[in-house]
Every structure is written in structure tokens, then in C-alpha cells.
Write a protein of this length. Structure first.
Length: 140
């Protein structure tokens, strides 16, 4: 009923627009736009009122499916986690043990290199001393 009344107002406004001067045409156009808005608004509301229950029913249908999927997947994920966790821990422990094995070897190599270096320095000093001794004349 409201739509029909608004439609009649719209038709009346259109006929009035064509019979008036420009400034009144502008005013009538303004009225025409408002009447169009008033025609469209109930349609939009009725569409919304039709669509909302559909959306709610879809949501209410989908929600239990999603919950059941989650409830199916969750134990699988937990079991995978429970299988993987010990493996990861054992790998970490293995890495730590390797590090603990390698560290003393590295330290011993470093110590050997240090001692070798010092002995080479001592050998050079000895050679220098020997060359100095051989350069000194015998009578001194």
C-alpha cells in the first residue's frame, strides 16, 4: 500500500515537473528523489527481511558441521604432536651430545697448535742464536 501511494506521488511529481519553470523543477526533482528513496526503502527492507533468516539458517546448518570437523581433526593433530615431540627432543639431545663431543677435540687441537707455534718460535730463536754464535770470531 505504501509503495503504491509513493508510486502515485512519483507520477504526479513527474507531470508537475514538466509544467514548471527551472527553479521549481529543481525543487520538484528534489521531491522526486525523495519519493524514489521512499519507494526503494521498503523494497530493501523486505529483501533484508527475506535474506537474514536464510543467512541465519545457513549459519545454523554449517556451524555443527564445522564443530564436528574440528572435533574429528583435533585428536589427529594431538596424536601427531605427541609423535613428533619425542623425535624432536631426541634430535636436540643428539645435537647437544655431538657438540659436547666436538668441543673437547677442538680445545685440544687449539692447545696443540698453540704449543706448536711456541715451539716454532723457540726454534727460530735458537737458530738466530746459533747464527749469531757462528758469526763471532773464534778468539773472542
Amino acid at each position: 500500500l505504501h509503495s503504491q501511494i509513493n508510486l502515485l506521488h512519483l507520477q504526479m511529481n513527474i507531470t508537475q515537473i514538466t509544467k514548471r519553470p527551472l527553479h521549481s523543477q529543481r525543487n520538484l526533482l528534489h521531491l522526486l528523489l525523495h519519493s524514489q528513496k521512499n519507494l526503494i526503502r521498503p523494497l530493501l527492507h523486505s529483501q533484508r527481511n527475506l535474506i537474514c533468516p536464510l543467512l541465519h539458517s545457513q549459519r545454523n546448518l554449517i556451524r555443527p558441521l564445522l564443530h564436528s570437523q574440528r572435533n574429528l581433526i583435533r585428536p589427529l593433530l594431538h596424536s601427531q604432536r605427541n609423535l613428533i615431540r619425542p623425535l624432536l627432543h631426541s634430535q636436540i639431545n643428539l645435537l647437544h651430545s655431538q657438540r659436547n663431543l666436538i668441543r673437547p677435540l677442538l680445545h685440544s687441537q687449539i692447545n696443540l697448535l698453540h704449543s706448536l707455534h711456541h715451539s716454532q718460535i723457540n726454534l727460530l730463536h735458537l737458530q738466530m742464536n746459533i747464527t749469531q754464535i757462528t758469526k763471532i770470531p773464534l778468539h773472542s
